[in-house]
Write a protein that binds this ligand. Structure first.
Ligand code: ZN
Ligand code: ZN
Length: 350
């Protein structure tokens, strides 16, 4: 089969090549991959800034059709369309696995950087990770299932937004745009912030229902937040960009006794004003990944048409054009960029 393989550690070393087709273990299904999202993590991996185990097939946000199943699989059969979560393997018996948050399992192995992922024609995954897609949810829409599960976990499961709350989302990437949509569904007013290079993403945020859109290179975010937050600041702030400059503004934007949720991945240890947590009596809620219920909600929201997934997908490319796909992801021209193994010609939203 075809696969995009990171062949060696360090920057680059990415190749589209022939790769052995996987065979399902007894509890696994084999999926014919329909669409795979490109994520910021993939860019970190390509730059050599994220641990991976080469040679390895990248791609961790997939959906597809079941084409084969191991003998233990009862709940899925060939022809089923699914999206699936990605701790590909966990121990199943540690505290976190038993408590239902297997993303925290110390033995978690993720597909797409530790073992082979989905930038390929086929992938095998444990059947219990899969969530069936209703017929009316397209694979294109399901390609945002994974980041949507991340946003659901952050907004609904790790923090609680109440109707009328003022929410700030800093960083208008895919996670930020989905966090905005989920917070809006919970009844919040949302201010989303980005940079000059995020113009297309900020315009998308406006279309998706963000109440206020701020380019922080033109306007002072904290001033805007005070205008809309009665001088107090925001009830909840989601830091989705993973940059120290954004985090510095987030400490100022959140109101006393408010909640700050860091969702972005920072380049390494950073210097920040930790006193704000104590002096403003803040709650800080880390959010990383998702649990089973995040996926149930994510698929339900897609099924109900409550998340405008199609608007988020700016580009679809065949596997062969992966270099271009990574380029538009990295330079900010793309919003969500998807690789579709069966696509012949790229599709670009205008
Ligand atoms: Zn990702
Ligand atoms: Zn475990």
């Amino acid at each position: 089969m075809r696969a995009i393989v990171k062949t060696a550690p360090g920057e680059g070393h990415l190749e589209l090549k022939e790769w052995p087709e996987p065979h399902p273990r007894s509890s696994e299904v084999k999926l014919k991959i329909a669409a795979v999202g490109i994520c910021g993590t993939d860019i970190h991996i390509i730059k050599g800034a994220w641990t991976c185990k080469p040679p390895v097939v990248l791609g961790h946000e997939w959906c597809g059709t079941v084409v084969d199943a191991g003998p233990e699989v009862k709940q899925l059969r060939p022809g089923d369309r699914v999206v699936s979560s990605n701790p590909a393997r966990t121990c199943g018996h540690c505290y976190h696995c038993l408590a239902g948050n297997d993303f925290m399992c110390p033995e978690r192995v993720s597909a797409g950087y530790m073992i082979d992922g989905a930038f390929a024609d086929y992938l095998c995954i444990d059947a219990k990770r899969c969530h069936k897609l209703p017929d009316h949810v397209t694979f294109r829409q399901a390609a945002v299932g994974e980041p949507l599960a991340v946003a659901v976990h952050a907004v609904i499961e790790r923090t609680s937004v109440h109707a009328g709350d003022l929410v700030v989302v800093s960083g208008p990437g895919c996670i930020g745009l989905l966090t905005t949509q989920v917070a809006k569904l919970e009844g919040a007013r949302v201010i989303i912030a980005g940079l000059d290079k995020d113009k297309a993403r900020l315009a998308c945020a406006r279309r998706l229902g963000a109440d206020v859109v701020v380019n922080v290179e033109e306007q002072d975010l904290v001033e805007v937040v005070h205008q809309h937050g009665g001088g107090r600041g925001a009830d909840l702030v989601y830091e989705c960009s993973g940059t120290p400059a954004s985090l510095a503004k987030c400490w100022e934007a959140v109101r006393k006794e408010g909640t700050l949720a860091p969702l972005g991945v920072y380049p390494g240890p950073i210097t920040t004003d930790f006193n704000k947590i104590m002096m403003k009596e803040l709650r800080v809620a880390g959010s990383y990944g998702y649990v089973w219920t995040s996926w149930q909600r994510a698929v339900q929201l897609l099924s109900d048409g409550k998340i405008r997934a199609d608007e988020l997908i700016s580009h679809e490319f065949p596997l062969e054009q992966y270099e271009q796909a990574f380029r538009v992801t990295q330079d900010g021209t793309g919003i969500k960029v998807v690789l579709s193994p069966e696509l012949r010609n790229p599709r670009v939203a205008v």
